[in-house]
Design a protein. Structure first.
Length: 261
């Protein structure tokens, strides 16, 4: 079974579609934990209506706003699945995501995998380019920049145990995958796009100064590198993120092909 972890905060505009993309999977042996991070809109009501028809969806509620990392950890703690996967409340999975990924992990005896993914606008329009997954990834490479699209990442609990996020407000997904790759030698990336990432206004991916600030915290606070070592790694990160990693963004096959593969 796959445990799907979905943190949500004021996600009424997107969460129904995000949950539907899990329900529409060709692989149906899953449970979904939606962790509401003290929303002030109709997020909880929408999820509760879905639960009435599909008991595989479960709702956990934070009593205060705690952030995505703490919310994901609450879902991970409750998870009973053999595999743990992540999907934010504004992103989408393609229908064969779980089927393709589980088969890939079993055939390659992997503890962790991830995939390419499409980019969509805030209103759901597919953009011409997507992010191509690296064929293979180890801890040393991931330390330079985050090469795992969190909406595509999955790990095998039997091989790693449960891996949790640090209690940082941002970039804690990167820290989680670093923790996984500390335990295993490498992960492999599926070249086929299996998900769609929604680019939001004022998101961290569009705010370069915030990106620098929160990445420094990963080196300094999570990895305890110290100021000088963290500053050195930030120089490596800037080179990797803005020059090397940019090569990942390429034209991806027509979305209809992606859906039907």
């Amino acid at each position: 079974m796959v445990s799907v972890i979905m943190p949500a905060y004021n996600s009424e505009d997107f969460i129904t579609e995000a949950i539907a993309s899990v329900q529409n999977q060709s692989y149906q042996n899953w449970e979904l934990f939606v962790i509401d991070d003290f929303s002030t809109d109709e997020t909880c009501s929408l999820v509760e209506n879905i639960i009435k028809l599909d008991p595989r969806v479960q709702l956990l509620k934070n009593l205060k706003n705690e952030g995505a990392g703490a919310s994901r950890n609450k879902g991970i703690a409750a998870a009973k699945g053999d595999f743990i996967a992540f999907l934010d409340a504004d992103d989408l999975w393609l229908p064969k995501k779980l089927e393709v990924q589980i088969k890939f992990m079993k055939e390659n005896q992997l503890a962790m995998s991830f995939s390419s993914y499409h980019l969509i606008s805030e209103n759901g329009t597919y953009l011409s380019k997507g992010i191509l997954a690296l064929p293979k990834l180890n801890y040393k490479k991931l330390l330079k920049a985050n090469y795992v699209g969190n909406l595509t990442g999955m790990y095998d609990v039997s091989k790693t145990g449960k891996i949790y996020s640090p209690l940082l407000r941002k970039r804690q997904d990167w820290a989680l995958w670093l923790s996984v790759l500390k335990k295993v030698k490498f992960a492999k990336g599926i070249q086929q796009p299996l998900a769609s990432y929604r680019i939001r206004k004022n998101g961290i991916s569009t705010n370069k100064w915030a990106l620098i600030k929160y990445n420094f915290q990963i080196y300094n606070r999570f990895l305890n590198f110290g100021i000088l070592k963290s500053s050195g790694y930030m120089m490596v990160f800037l080179w990797e993120h803005f020059l090397v990693k940019r090569k990942q963004k390429k034209k991806i096959k027509n979305i209809n092909l992606g859906l039907n593969q």
